[in-house]
Design a protein around this ligand. Structure first.
Ligand code: ADP
Ligand code: MG
Length: 276
């Protein structure tokens, strides 16, 4: 693993599900330590892309992580390299927060073995950092959406992987917890040289944290670059079929959804019109 080897290297990634083409040739390189956020309308293929990068879909040779085709990594090896927070993780019924986050340590625990004091220390530290210290014994099902989202992130962080895949990690969070979680991820990225690939629907927040953004539409990348290059009224109105204003903010462009008008105000196409 030399520094020049990209953390993620996608070459002509094509995914079909149930016979339907979902990703139709995606090329993307993410450097180690970089934060790349994938945006795009519902159904564009963002979650599918993250699942492919996480090794959850068969992708012969199209996905390389730190230079190794993902198919060549065994499950435990892969889990030490890449951790995913899925958009809607499956919650084991009756499981307590501490036990759930401890699942993140599975790749470090011998088969049929027990967790070590070090594993528990990692779990406690992550729970503290995510403001979940009082939740150890709570059943996941009893948590609020935002609390549960932080527990999902805690499990991924406890896994200690260098590549973090976050599929809408903040959608269930209030703005305070959104910032807290994203600041924590960014801080960990800097201190532990993590690489982050995320999807997010709040475009202004997405742009504040990403080094680079990728706009996915209809299964392919239609724009990529800095937040300022991707978050433009033209691209967003075209690919989201949305009426938006983009204004400069302190840490990047701010995207304001604006109610469509009939008289063609700035960035506000008439949604009834054919936008060909
Ligand atoms: P996004 O995360 O951008 O909203 P997804 O990656 O979840 O989009 O889905 C992209 C497209 O793939 C959608 O049209 C969705 O219906 C379809 N899709 C996702 N999973 C499956 C599946 N298991 N079988 C068939 N189609 C699927
Ligand atoms: Mg999705």
């Amino acid at each position: 693993m030399t520094p020049s080897v990209p953390a993620v290297d996608l070459r002509d990634l094509r995914i079909s599900l149930d016979g339907a083409p979902i990703l139709t040739g995606v090329d993307l390189t993410v450097s180690a330590g970089e934060w790349v956020t994938v945006i795009g309308p519902n159904g564009a293929g963002k979650s599918t892309l993250l699942r492919a990068v996480g090794g959850l879909l068969p992708t012969p040779d199209a996905v390389r992580l730190f230079g190794t085709p993902i198919g060549e990594l065994r499950r435990r090896e892969r889990a030490r390299v890449v951790a995913t927070v899925a958009q809607a993780p499956v919650v084991p019924p009756g499981m307590a927060v501490l036990d759930y986050v401890l699942l993140g340590r599975t790749p470090y625990i011998a088969p049929l073995g027990r967790e070590s004091a070090a594993d528990l220390a990692v779990v406690h530290e992550v729970l503290d950092r995510l403001d979940l210290a009082g939740f150890h014994d709570r059943e996941l099902a009893t948590l609020s959406g935002g609390e549960r989202q932080r527990v999902f992130l805690a499990r991924a962080l406890a896994q200690g992987a260098t590549l973090l895949l976050l599929d809408e990690p903040t959608s269930a969070l209030d703005i305070g917890h959104q910032q807290e979680v994203l600041e924590l991820v960014d801080q960990l990225r800097r201190t532990h040289n993590l690489t982050v690939v995320a999807t997010m629907h709040d475009l202004s927040i997405a742009g504040e944290y990403a080094d680079r953004m990728v706009l996915l539409a209809d299964g392919r990348i239609v724009a990529a670059g800095t937040p300022a290059e991707v978050l433009t009224e033209d691209l967003l109105s075209r690919h989201y079929r949305a009426s938006v204003r983009v204004i400069p903010g302190p840490h990047g462009p701010l995207v304001l959804p604006t109610r469509p008008t009939r008289d063609g105000a700035v960035g506000a196409p008439d949604l009834g019109r054919d936008s060909s």
